[in-house]
Design a protein around this ligand. Structure first.
Ligand SMILES: [Zn+2]
Length: 340
């Protein structure tokens, strides 16, 4: 089969790779129906994360089960499934506590290289969530979003403890930030401030439920949020970027007693203890426990309640994966959907 391999920063190739096989009796192999490029894949593409050797890449996917190992009980060939970016057993204490992305037996799906025609899924019963029926083609992008970005935005809102009636600010207008706007709306926020400078992303944020747009960044952005909130800051701030600046902006925009949910993978971020101490801000983040949400999110997608699909503003055949990376790197696309 063929799939994406990153050889060096800026160098993603679509090439022949070995066919995935069942290696453990708890594995499944799926035929990929749709996959995509993640903002976090760009960390390697841009050379921020080292690329030591040619490596398969990609960790978001929906597909149809082809084959299962002898110990797989719930997942069956022919099912349409949504997976997440860590394989997890769904039975260990961390999974039972709601943190499958910290599963004691987790395996990164990035290592399987999911921008490919077929994927081996470790711990298939724990990792995959089967849709009840084969979905409508129109729902495909939104279901694929549940494999990472929609679940990550959802977690950002839960981690920041968004409550009905609150004012929520979202830092970051990438796919995750836009999905975080949907999550804040679903959790009942009254006022949702999207911090964005890009017209097309502002429009999408508004369509997803943002009530206000703030174009300023850094201290000016913080000042704008405070102006809108009687000088105290937002009840909840969802940090969806992962830079030093975005994290500072999030912490400084939150009111005393409010919460920051941070889901942008931190690069160089450190939090000053005394400052955090005196702010009374609650901070929770981490790789989103995306596996927890599809049972609920799939229902909301299929019923038409949420539609994160438009975060994919570029669709390409999988063999043009390199162009998918280029378009996102050059910010010509928010997120690239790839069809094998
Ligand atoms: Zn587990």
């Amino acid at each position: 089969m063929r799939g994406a391999v990153i050889h060096a920063p800026g160098d993603v190739r679509f090439e022949e790779r070995g066919d995935p096989r069942i290696l453990h009796p708890t594995d499944a192999v799926i035929r990929t129906v749709a996959t995509c490029v993640c903002g976090s894949d760009l960390w390697s593409y841009r050379g921020v994360n080292a690329v030591e050797e040619p490596s398969p890449i990609g960790h978001e996917y929906v597909g149809v089960v082809e084959e299962v190992g002898g110990e797989v009980r719930q997942i069956r060939p022919g099912q349409f499934v949504v997976g997440s970016f860590f394989a997890s057993d769904n039975t260990c204490p961390n999974c039972r506590n709601g943190y499958p992305s910290n599963c004691l037996h987790r395996e990164p799906m990035q290592a399987e290289g999911c921008q490919s025609e077929y994927i081996r899924i470790p711990l298939a019963d724990g990792t995959l969530v089967a849709a009840q029926d084969t979905p409508d083609e129109a729902h495909l992008p939104s279901l694929l979003a549940c494999s990472d970005v929609m679940g990550t935005g959802w977690y950002a809102a839960l981690a920041a403890q968004v409550q009905r009636g609150q004012t929520v600010a979202v830092v970051g207008d990438g796919a995750v930030g836009l999905c975080a706007v949907i999550a804040a709306r679903e959790l009942g926020a009254d006022r949702i401030v999207a911090m964005s400078r890009h017209k097309s992303r502002q429009e999408l944020a508004t369509r997803f439920g943002a009530t206000d747009i703030v174009t300023e960044r850094g201290a000016e952005g913080v000042a704008r949020i405070k102006e809108m909130t009687a000088g105290i800051g937002a009840d909840a701030v969802l940090e969806c970027v992962g830079t030093v600046e975005s994290m500072q902006q999030a912490l400084d925009s939150t009111r005393p007693g409010g919460g920051v949910g941070f889901v942008g993978v931190p690069h160089g971020v450190s939090i000053e203890g005394a400052e955090l101490f005196s702010s009374h801000v609650a901070v929770r983040g981490g790789p989103a426990p995306v596996r927890t949400y599809p049972p609920e999110l799939i229902g909301r997608v299929v019923s038409g309640r949420i539609d994160p699909g438009p975060v994919f503003d570029l669709t390409l055949p999988l063999e043009q994966v390199a162009e998918g990376y280029r378009a996102m790197d050059e910010r010509r696309a928010i997120k690239t959907l790839l069809l094998p």
